[in-house]
Design a protein around this ligand. Structure first.
Ligand code: UDX
Length: 386
C-alpha cells in the first residue's frame, strides 16, 4: 500500500512538474503573443498615424493648377534647391507640371523646397550633374552651379567641371529624350565689360586665367555647348544671362553684395564697400535679365543701411582682382521678344530680402537652424574636386 501511495505521490509529483511546465509554456506563449499583438497594433497605429500626417501635410501644399495630360510637362530643374532654382520650382509646380529637382546640396538646401516633399508631382534627387543622369523629361532647366564669387572660387576645378561636364551631360540627356534645355548663364560671361550697357551682341572681356575664370569661362563654354548641340544635333536650347540677383532663400553666407550688406546692417557690423558701380534685380528669368536701373555700391550700402535702420558704419575695402567695374543689362530685346522686364521695385525687393534675413537670424539665435554653406570635402586642407 505504502508502495502504491509512493507511486501515486511520485506520479503526482511528476504530474505536478508536467502541469507546472505546461502552465509556464502557456503563460510565456500568451505573453509573447500579447507582445506580438501589441507590436502589430502599434505598427498599424503608426501607419495610420503616418497616413493622417501625410493627409494633413497634403493640405499644406501650396495650391497647384490642374493640367491635362497633354499640357502637363515633366520638367527637370538642376540646382532646383538653390536660391533661384527653388523659386522656379514653385512657379512650375503651381502651374501644374511634374517637377524633378536635382541638386548636390553644395549651395542648395532641402529646406528651400521642403514644402513640396511628398507631393505627387514633385521629386527631389540628390545627384551631382557631373555624373550622367538617365531620366525621362520634356524640359530641362539647367541651373546647377555655385553662383556667388566666394562659392565658385572655393573649388574652381569643381566649378569648371559642373559647368562643362555637367552641361554636357544635361545636353546629352536633352538630345536623348528630345527635351528643350534652358541654360542659366550669367552677366559674368562679359567679364569686365568694355561696352556699357551690355547687350546680347557683345562678346565680353574675360581674363581666362584670372580668379573668376572658372565661372566666367565655364559659363561661356556652357553657352558654346548649347549652341553646338542646337546646330549639330537639333537640340532646342535657350540661354538666359542673369545679372546680379537677390531675394528670399538666398543663403546668408552667400557672399554677394546684397546678402553681405543686409547681414552686416542687421548685425551692426561695418558694410564692406569695394567698388564704384553695379545694379541688381529680384528673382529673374530669360534672355538678358537684370534691372537696367544702375546704382553705385556705395548708394546701395546707404540704402540698405537706411532700410534696416542700422547704426553700422561704411567701411571701404580694396577692390578685388578682376572685379567688373560696371554692369548694366540692355533689356530692350528681352522686353520686345519675351515681354519681360523687372516688376519688383528695388526697395520692395530689398525690404522682402531684409525680412527674410531677419527671420533667418532669429532661427539661428534659437538654434533651430545654423546656416552655413556645406563645404566641399577636404583633402589635406584643400577642397576636393570630385
Ligand atoms: O561685401 C561686398 C561684396 C561685394 N562687393 C562688390 O559688389 C559688387 C557685386 O559683387 P557680388 O559679389 O554681389 O557679385 P558679382 O556681381 O560680382 O557677380 C554676381 O553677379 C552676376 C551673377 O550672374 C553671378 O552669378 C554673381 O556672381 C562687386 O563689385 C563687389 O566687389 C562689395 O563692395 N562688398
Amino acid at each position: 500500500m505504502k508502495r502504491i501511495i509512493w507511486v501515486i505521490s511520485g506520479l503526482n509529483r511528476r504530474m505536478m512538474k508536467l502541469l507546472f511546465a505546461l502552465a509556464l509554456i502557456a503563460y510565456i506563449a500568451c505573453k509573447y503573443s500579447a507582445v506580438d499583438l501589441s507590436i502589430q497594433e502599434h505598427g498599424e497605429m503608426k501607419i495610420e498615424q503616418r497616413i493622417d500626417e501625410v493627409s494633413l501635410l497634403s493640405q499644406k501644399y501650396p495650391p497647384v493648377k490642374f493640367l491635362s495630360e497633354k499640357d502637363r510637362k515633366r520638367i527637370l530643374i538642376t540646382g532646383g534647391a538653390g536660391f533661384v532654382g527653388s523659386h522656379l520650382t514653385d512657379k512650375l509646380m503651381m502651374d501644374g507640371h511634374e517637377v524633378t529637382v536635382v541638386d548636390n546640396f553644395f549651395t542648395g538646401r532641402k529646406r528651400n523646397v521642403e514644402h513640396w516633399i511628398g507631393h505627387e508631382n514633385f521629386e527631389l534627387i540628390n545627384h551631382d550633374v557631373v555624373e550622367p543622369l538617365y531620366i525621362e523629361v520634356d524640359q530641362i532647366y539647367h541651373l546647377a552651379s555655385p553662383a556667388s564669387p566666394p562659392n565658385y572660387m572655393y573649388n574652381p576645378i569643381k566649378t569648371l567641371k559642373t559647368n562643362t561636364i555637367g552641361t554636357l551631360n544635361m545636353l546629352g540627356l536633352a538630345k536623348r529624350v528630345g527635351a528643350r534645355l534652358l541654360l542659366a548663364s550669367t552677366s559674368e560671361v562679359y567679364g569686365d565689360p568694355e561696352v556699357h550697357p551690355q547687350n546680347e551682341e557683345y562678346w565680353g572681356h574675360v581674363n581666362p586665367i584670372g580668379p573668376r575664370a572658372c565661372y566666367d569661362e565655364g559659363k561661356r563654354v556652357a553657352e558654346t555647348m548649347c549652341y553646338a548641340y542646337m546646330k549639330q544635333e537639333g537640340v532646342e536650347v535657350r540661354v538666359a544671362r542673369i545679372f546680379n540677383t537677390f531675394g528670399s532663400r538666398m543663403h546668408m553666407n552667400d557672399g554677394r553684395v546684397v546678402s553681405n550688406f543686409i547681414l552686416q546692417a542687421l548685425q551692426g557690423e561695418p558694410l564692406t564697400v569695394r567698388v564704384p558701380s553695379r545694379l541688381f534685380i529680384l528673382c529673374p528669368f530669360p534672355h538678358l535679365l537684370g534691372n537696367p536701373e544702375e546704382h553705385t555700391i556705395l548708394e546701395f550700402a546707404r540704402l540698405i543701411k537706411s532700410l534696416v535702420v542700422s547704426r553700422s558704419q561704411i567701411q571701404f575695402l580694396p577692390e578685388a582682382q578682376d572685379d567688373p567695374q560696371r554692369r548694366r543689362p540692355d533689356i530692350r530685346k528681352a522686353k520686345m521678344m519675351l515681354g519681360w522686364e523687372p516688376v519688383v521695385p528695388l526697395e520692395e525687393g530689398l525690404n522682402k530680402t531684409i525680412q527674410y534675413f531677419s527671420r533667418e537670424l532669429e532661427h539661428q539665435a534659437n538654434n533651430q537652424y545654423i546656416p552655413k554653406p556645406k563645404a566641399a570635402r577636404m583633402k589635406k586642407g584643400r577642397p576636393r574636386h570630385n
